[in-house]
Design a binder for this molecule. Sequence first.
Ligand code: SAH
Length: 355
Amino acid sequence: MSLQDHLLARIAQDGPMSVADFMTDCLLHPTHGYYTTRDPLGTQGDFITAPEISQMFGELIGLSLAQSWLDQGHPPNFVLAELGPGRGTLMADILRATSRVPGFHVAAEIVLLEVSPTLRSIQAQTLKGYDPRWIDSVADLPEAPLFLIANEFFDALPIRQFQRTGNGWRERLIGAAGNALIWGLGPLAEQVALKDRLDDTKDGDVVELCAAAIPIITVIAGRIATHGGAGVIVDYGDWHSQGDTFQALRAHERADPLAVPGQADLTAHVDFEPLALATRAAGCAHSRLTPQGVFLERLGITTRAQTLSAQLDGSKRDDLIAAHRRLTHPEEMGNLFKVLGLYPSPSSPPPGLEP
Ligand code: SAH
C-alpha cells in the first residue's frame, strides 16, 4: 500500500485529517515516511541546510557552546546533545572545532535525538570514534548539565492550521475527492489556545500552532535551569508567526504538499514566541531572538572565512565566499533564520546572543 492509499484509507475511515496528522504520516510513517526512508539532505537531495553549506556554521556554534561551558565552571560531566542531527555534519564540525578546548571532550557525553533509522546509520558513520548514544525522546536526556544544538529540527514538527472566521476559528483539514487529497475547513469552533490571536488577526487569516514543540522545549529548559548548560535553537521563522507557512520542498523546488505525500520534505516556519514562553515557564532564561547572520558575524565568521580562503584558490575559494554570503546575507539565510539561546538565569547567554 502506498502512502497515498494509506492516507485515503485513513480519511475514508476517520474523516478529514489535520495538517499535523498529515505531516506525521508523511514524514515519519515507519515504511513510507519521508525521513524514515531516505537521506534528504545535500545537493542530490531535496534541501540543503547550513552545516551542509559550510563547516564554519558548526565550528562557530561549537566554540560558542564550549565558551558557555567554560563560563559555567566547566562541569566535569555534561551532555552534548543535538536534536535531529541529519547527516551528523553539524555535530562533527562542533567536535572538531572543540577538540583543543581542554577537558571538553572528556567531560562530554554525546546524545542524539533522531527518529530516522536511515539517518541514524549515517550519523554513526560520520561520528565514529566519538561514541554517540541515540535517544527516542527528550525525556531520555540524562539529568546533567545540558549543552544542546537544534538546527532545522523544530520546523519539521507537526503543526495545525486555523483560519479565522468572525470571532471563531475553522481548522484547515485535508480530505479526499476521489483519489486526490484536497483542502477543506472544519466546523467553526472556539480555540482556547488562540484567544489572544483575535487581537492581531482579521477575518480569513491563518494561524499555526505547533503543540509538539512545547513539551520538548519544556524538558530542555528544565534540564538547563536545574543543572546548567545552554541551548542554541536555529530555525526559519519569527516571533509570533502569522499566515500559512506550510510548505513542501522536493529537489530544491517548492512542491504542492498534497501532491506527492512522503516524497517531499514538509515544514512550517517556527513561531519562537511560544518556545520562549515555555522556556521561561520552566524557570530558564532565553536570549533575544537574533538573526542568524548577526549571530554568525558576532562569532567571527568573516575572520574565519578569511583564514580558510587564504588556504584555497580557484573554485574552492569562490565556493567559500558564496557559502559565507549564503549563511549571513539578509537576502539569503541571514535574516530568515533566527537563533534563540537558552541559559540558566544567573549566567550569560552563549556568545553571539544577548539577554
Ligand atoms: N539538523 C540537520 C538536519 C535537519 S533535517 C541539519 O541541519 O543538517 C531534520 C532532522 O530532524 C532530520 O535528522 C530528521 O530525521 C529529524 N527529525 C524530524 N522529526 C523528528 C522527530 N519528531 N523526532 C526526532 N527527529 C526528528
